[in-house]
Design a protein around this ligand. Structure first.
Ligand code: BGC
Length: 369
């Protein structure tokens, strides 16, 4: 994805320039993101007290639950009227929620999509109403009507996971190593990017024989975990173990997040196998405990407080009619456009650096003392 997207870099830069200058000549149209006519926001800003919609997906990991509270508190404190909704019922519930946010006159829509490709008509309506759309954590795909993307660098998350898997196994002994690969939910655009990032590190080691994916399931489509559901990962791990590891040792498992890592570990324990090196993501409480106990090997620190805080900074910038800062204009091609992104840097966490990594987190710092 990276390489593919990079070829768009020049085009993106030129079109960004074009959009910027056209925005200057005619402040009444289009914002710098150029998406769906969020022109009102970029040119004129909006009043304090304005309603801001935050559409969150299902509670598939702790980061989403944290985000709800942080958005409610942070937006209120900044003087806005937040409308934060989870769509636990699925895609159509999220579509309905976004529809009513638009009807209620939100100035900005912050969307953590269940399925980033299924909100096309809602986002078109948002654009028609002059609402600025920010994709939060997960990219919105196949639409022109997304102005910005704010997230932790997903490709880097994958690279860190791939490297941690190698490091963890090297700490235990010499290769070659037997491994299995898991990916997230295919409707979440992040899942492919995490996987690609990890495979950029692992594929060369598969090719040179250091790593052996015993099941042979090396493709994203074979590794996916529908809905990011723990039970789906656990079931797949059970099947992988019973089909391939009767007499083989399993040394490592690439897991895209903590919820799935714990499911994979449960499966391995149920099968009576030795604990392999298992990666993760999100710094969930139970996984941090597991890391300290020496079971899960690694997680990723993507502090939700920073991501929400930056999102609110973006809202404030839009309210003031400012052009928003982005730091990546090439990586996130959503199929229709390259979405200007502000990416935060993820951090790998193992038992070794946990105390340092979570020093300023009130909950996690207590667990890693
Ligand atoms: C997020 C991850 C999370 C996953 C499941 C992804 O889009 O980036 O942090 O683990 O969703 O909720």
């Amino acid at each position: 994805m990276r390489n593919f997207a990079k070829s768009f870099a020049a085009v993106a830069a030129i079109s960004a320039l074009a959009l910027t200058s056209c925005g200057r000549e005619d402040p009444g149209t289009g914002n710098e993101g150029g998406g769906g006519g969020g022109g009102e926001a970029a040119s004129g800003g909006f009043e304090e007290g304005a309603p801001i919609g935050v559409a969150l997906p299902q509670k598939t990991s702790e980061n989403w639950v944290l985000a709800e509270q942080l958005f409610n508190d942070g937006l209120t404190e900044a003087g806005y009227e937040p409308d934060v909704q989870f769509a636990n019922g699925g895609v159509s519930e999220q579509q309905n929620q976004i529809n009513s946010m638009i009807t209620n006159g939100v100035e900005v829509l912050i969307v953590g999509a269940i399925d980033g490709a299924q909100l096309g008509s809602q986002l078109q309506e948002a654009a028609d109403a002059g609402i600025t759309v920010i994709a939060y954590d997960r990219l919105l795909t196949n639409t022109e009507n997304v102005d910005y993307y704010v997230a932790y660098d997903n490709f880097q998350v994958g690279e860190l996971q791939g490297q941690a898997l190698l490091d963890g196994m090297a700490e235990k002994g010499e290769g070659p190593y037997n491994i299995e690969l898991f990916a997230g939910s295919p409707d979440d655009a992040n899942a492919q990017v995490f996987f690609d990032g990890a495979m950029s590190i692992l594929q060369p080691k598969i090719d040179d024989g250091t790593l052996n994916v015993v099941s042979g399931q090396v493709e994203f489509n074979q590794a996916v975990t529908q809905g990011w559901k723990a039970e789906n990962a656990q079931r797949r791990m059970d099947t992988l173990l019973s089909g391939n590891y009767d007499s083989e040792e399993l040394h490592g498992v690439l897991s895209p997040n903590d919820t799935l890592a714990r499911a994979i570990l449960n499966s391995v324990k149920d099968a009576g196998k030795d604990i392999p090196v298992v990666t993760g993501q999100d710094s969930e409480v139970e996984s941090v405990k597991s890391i300290i106990a020496g079971e899960q090997y690694s997680t990723i620190n993507k502090d939700t407080r920073d991501l929400v805080e930056h999102s609110i900074t973006m809202v404030e910038g839009l309210a003031a009619g400012e052009e928003l800062e982005v730091n990546d204009e090439e990586s996130y091609d959503n199929g229709v456009k390259v979405v200007p992104a502000y990416l935060l840097e993820p951090q790998i966490v193992t038992k070794e650096n946990a105390a340092e990594a979570y020093a300023d987190d009130p909950t996690l710092s207590e667990l890693v003392k």
